[in-house]
Design a protein around this ligand. Structure first.
Ligand code: MG
Length: 331
């Protein structure tokens, strides 16, 4: 998403981009201003010898990483080149979808089918086992969605997704258009197919994650201003699927959080201007895994679910953690 372009420009001006080179060890990655306490905490999830590896480079704006265990591959979107890629555990790369309808976020549903947010067609789709595409959501209240951005699977089989306007306001990311919806909402697609709006309280809802017990929803706010700052908002999900107890979970003073992921111990990982920012369950900063360029999105995967894949501007990086992500546990 192009809101990152501004961060990037500012960051370059301030000399903030390019903190580490890919392949740097954790020690080198934290040679800059990281305190010992933070590093000690980080070492509970990351071996000091763990290396961030660059697996793919040369994209324009990489997003939507999603690990497919059956294919032993990561798929991801290059939003601006209108293409999706498959990256195998063996290092092979091939085009996955071309054109991709300016696809952004991807997630597997409860049956292992790939669900994709399409900016260009302003819809959420599912790929069936025979390769055909089923539209899961394209309208709400009779009007077209803005441009679905990112999606997550809940333990009950529902797919939740965010619908900011980037795909209709950023010409490189879709087709410019006036929004038909009066708000930028978070929606839930029930396993029956029913579409419900869950909240309209964010200016630009973006990344999205749901806790392993299905009781907590996290959403990135990337359209913030002085009255509604950029950061991560948390909701409680009730028995009836209704959202309650809206809280600001984390605030960003620089850049915005984009894609989100959770590990099995409840830490939240957020793609951020300086890399992957990690928060504990109370929203306190837990650590930072730097990336050479701004990180848009992330996903756990790999053979045992401990590999954290990060799409960072033009590249895909990966680093093996000590803990797996919750997505893995559901499969
Ligand atoms: Mg996003």
């Amino acid at each position: 998403m192009s809101e990152m372009a501004n961060w990037q420009r500012r960051a370059v001006l301030k000399g903030l981009v390019g903190g580490i080179v890919a392949g740097a060890t954790l020690d080198r990655a934290h040679a800059a201003p990281t305190v010992d306490a933070e590093r000690a905490a980080l070492e509970t999830i990351l071996d000091p010898s763990a290396e961030m590896k660059t697996l793919f480079t040369g994209g324009r704006w990489l997003e939507g990483p999603c690990y497919l265990p059956d294919l032993e591959s990561l798929v991801f979107s290059d939003v601006k080149t209108n293409r999706m890629w498959r990256l195998g555990d063996d290092g092979s790369t091939e085009t996955f979808r071309d054109p991709s309808e300016n696809a952004n976020g991807n997630v597997l549903d409860g049956e292992g089918r790939l669900v994709t947010c399409e900016h260009r067609r302003r819809q959420v789709v599912r790929q069936e086992p025979d390769g055909s595409i089923t539209v899961l959501a394209d309208r709400y209240d009779g009007k077209r969605l803005n441009s679905p951005n990112d999606a997550v699977l809940a333990p009950d089989g529902a797919i939740w997704f965010t619908d900011p306007t980037y795909g209709i306001t950023q010409p490189e990311e879709g087709i410019p258009a006036e929004p038909e919806q009066s708000a930028r909402r978070v929606y839930r697609i029930d396993p029956s197919g029913r579409l419900d709006a869950k909240t309209d309280t964010l200016r630009q809802p973006n990344g999205i994650a749901i806790s392993a017990d299905g009781r907590t929803l996290y959403v990135s706010e990337t359209g913030g201003d002085a009255t509604a700052p950029n950061g991560i908002v948390r909701f409680t999900i009730g028995d009836d699927g209704a959202l309650a107890d809206r809280q600001v979970f984390a605030l960003y003073d620089k850049g915005v959080p984009d894609g989100l992921a959770l590990d099995i111990e409840g830490r939240l990982y957020a793609g951020s201007i300086d890399g992957v920012r990690i928060f504990d369950e109370a929203g306190r900063p837990f650590g930072l895994i730097p990336t050479p360029k701004p990180a848009a999105n992330l996903a756990f995967g790999g053979p045992d679910g401990r590999r954290l894949f990060v799409t960072a501007t033009d590249s895909v990086h990966a680093i093996d953690l000590k803990v797996p992500g919750i997505e893995w546990r559901k499969r």
